[in-house]
Structures are given as structure tokens and as C-alpha cells.
Design a protein around this ligand. Sequence first.
Ligand code: PLP
Length: 471
Amino acid sequence: MLIFEKSQQGRTAITLDKLDVPAYTLKAEKREQEARLPEVSEIDVVRHYTALSKKAHGVDDGFYPLGSCTMKYNPRINEKISGFDGFTKIHPLQDKSTVKGCTELMDTLTDRLCEITGMDAMTLQPAAGAHGEFTGIMLIKAYHASRKDTKRTKIIVPDSAHGTNPASAHMCGFDIVSVPSNAEGGVDIDELKKVVGEDTAGLMLTNPNTLGLFDKNILKITEIIHKAGGLCYYDGANLNAVMGVVRPGDMGFDCMHLNIHKTFSTPHGGGGPGAGPVGCKAFLASFLPVPVYGTLPKGYNAKKSIGKVKTFYGNFSVLVRGAAYIDTLGAEGIKDAAQKAVLNANYLLSQLKGDYDVAYDRICMHEFVLTLQGLKDETGVSAMDIAKGMLDWGMHPPTMYFPLIVHEALMLEPTETETKETLDQAVEVLKTLKKQAVENPEILHDSPRKTIIGRVDEVRAARQPILKYQF
Ligand SMILES: *Cc1c(COP(=O)(O)O)cnc(C)c1O
């Protein structure tokens, strides 16, 4: 039941104080029709949202191995700190001298993120990873334009890339050139050499890539692009596997984004606020959106800025959570988190290998991809069926059907905070589901059976979506 359906005229959850100023009636700004807000009592509101929260599955409910999304636990200290009055009861337009703690936080966070990534300057403005990609590619565009190098119209993207990569480059006005993966799951160097040239503006790449594999040729790849006069953009969404161990700046990348809401905890999912800071090498720093915080490289000139990409300072409270996370872990803790994320993924992989086919059977980084094509051919049970089956065991499904180059893909990312017991339980569940697939496939076709909402009709949801409430 929607909250609108609980509405009763005249019911309210608030009591306003008596008016102690002269009444004023809005004229010009008045809407034509009263806003249709639900009229409910406080207990209605509390019960409604408490009930809804029980229907959802979050990191606080159970295992959430949604590959590519780094659904790591958000330590409660982050919430406590981001709730401080000094961070919440401020206004972006108030005098700078009154919010020195906030600007200091942005300075410190910027410097730490630069240190972690090997970049020289950074903007905290972008609201998400994809928004960061857009900002970073705009920097590359501004760089070529500043040199009057107008023939560079193409961005190279590996075929394993996250869908946002080609989309962001396209939004910046570039044509996309796809480069295939080799048998090891990395960029095919010979194919890359064939597509680079005088029209190459840059390359967009994540390492480890979306298969959870570290590209051993990374230095060769960035060198090939640089030799052709292009720049290298690093999609930092997978930094959780390598932070504190290796740095994109040292791999030859010129600019990059980070997903604060993945790598540096902070709750996400459901499209909530994120933060996608964009870092760059000194020669690109002047193009960054303004204002920039942290230590600025020599020769920085804000006049060359591409302009703002978001109002004010970005999603500040998400940045506070990220800063709190980095501060509580420290340099050693950051590295330890990355190593445990890799260890957990490899443990899970090693335990599942006997029952499921692995897309690329190598040591993985923080995530790995299974291919269920063989199981589907044999039993008719698809990756979707297994994923839905997991819901009945109180676990969130892995990412399904991504990356696109793997058939019947299931992508698992356990993250570093899961215990061995939780991982063992997940292994048990996946082994049980495999057994069911062979012995009683019908059960899995109608899974989940124990959740509040059963198997949804995805075709109908796509063809006849109900996108707005009909009053
Ligand atoms: C999540 C992700 C993105 C996009 O980040 P958003 O914050 O969701 O916009 C880009 N690339 C990769 C590899 C990702 O995993």
C-alpha cells in the first residue's frame, strides 16, 4: 500500500506554533493546484517506512556480493561523524570564515585521495562515478582543445568496460572505438595498436577490469596511447582491490574518478547520493571544475577551468563519510582492506570452482565472474534462476549478465568485511542451488518462493512500466 492510499483529509503529523509574525499570502509564485501530499499521522508515517525498510535487503541485513558495486559495510562511526552539527547545520552560502572545519576537511580529503591515487590535483564536485567520467573526459577534451589539436575525436574503450564509459565519452561528443579482450581477459595489445592513431583523444580503462582481473600489460597499454598523443583515463570504481598497493598515477594514467560510495564505504544502492571525485596530473589541473581544494600544483590557473559540474561543493555529507573512513583506517588499514577484499574473493572463487565454471580461471582481484552457460545447456537453469534462488536464503544476488562478454555471467564481489563463516555459508547455498539445478530445476525457475514479492514478470515490467502514481 502506498502512503497516498493511507491519506485521510485533515490528518497531520505536525503541530505548528502560533503565528507570531504578520501573515503573508504568496501571489506570483503560487501553484495553480494544491500539492497532492499524503495527509497522515506521525504513527502512520513511522509504520509505513518501517514496513518498507523490512521489505528491502541491504548490507545491514545479510551477504550482498553484488559484483562491480563494492557493497561494503559502512562503519557506524562514519554516520556519527557526518551527523555532527558542524557538518549538517551549515549553508553553502554562509561566510567561509564560519565553516573552516568543512573547508579543512575538503583540503585534507583531497590531499589524501591524491596520495592514494598518485594524482596531483582533484575536484570533489562530481556526484557519482559516471558523473566523474563525464568530468574527466571533459578535461581531456579541454586539453586537446587548448593545444588546437582538433582532429582527436575518438575515445578507445575495451569491450569489457562498464556501460557508463562509452556513454560518458559519447556525451562529451566523442566517437567510441571498442577494443576486444584477449584470452587472458585483458586488453588485446595487437588490436589496440590497430585502432590508435592521430584521431585518438584518449583511452578509458579500469584496472582491475570488470572481470576482476589485473591487466599485466597496463604500462604497455598507457604507453601506446601516450605515444599516439592520446591521454589515459582511469575508471577508479575498482580501486578497492588495489588501494594502498598500486596507484593509477604510477600506471600511466592522466586522470581518473573515484567512487567514494564504493571504495570508501558510505551507503549506496537505490540511486542514493554518491561522490565521484576526479583527480588528474598537474598538466590538467587548471581545467578542473572550481573551486578546487587541497594542495594545488605549480602553475595552477583557475581561469582555464571547464566550469562547474555540480552546485557548490558536491555531495558534502558523502565526502565526510569517506574522509572519516580514510582517517579511521589510516594508510596501513587502507592497504589491509584491499588485501582482504582480494583474499575473500579468491577464497570464495576457490570454494566454488568445483561446482561452477569460472569465466577466466586466474587468480582474481576483488571480484570474479562465473559463467553458467554450461549449467544452462545441461539443466535449463540460468544465471538468473540461480541468482533468484539465493534470495530464498537471505542473500542478495550477485550481478547478473555483466560483463556482456561472458555468457550467463554471475559476478561476485564479497568485499573485505565478510567473515569466513559468512563466505562458507554463501558457498553452501551456491552448492545447494547447483544440486537443485541438476535434480529439480523446476524449483529454481519459480524462485524466489520465500520473499515478500516472488519472481517478477520482467518482460511486463519493461514493456508496461507504471512510472507514476495515478491519483
Ligand atoms: C559503478 C561503476 C561505475 C559507475 O559509477 P556510478 O557511481 O554508479 O555512476 C563506473 N565504472 C565501473 C567499473 C563501476 O563499477
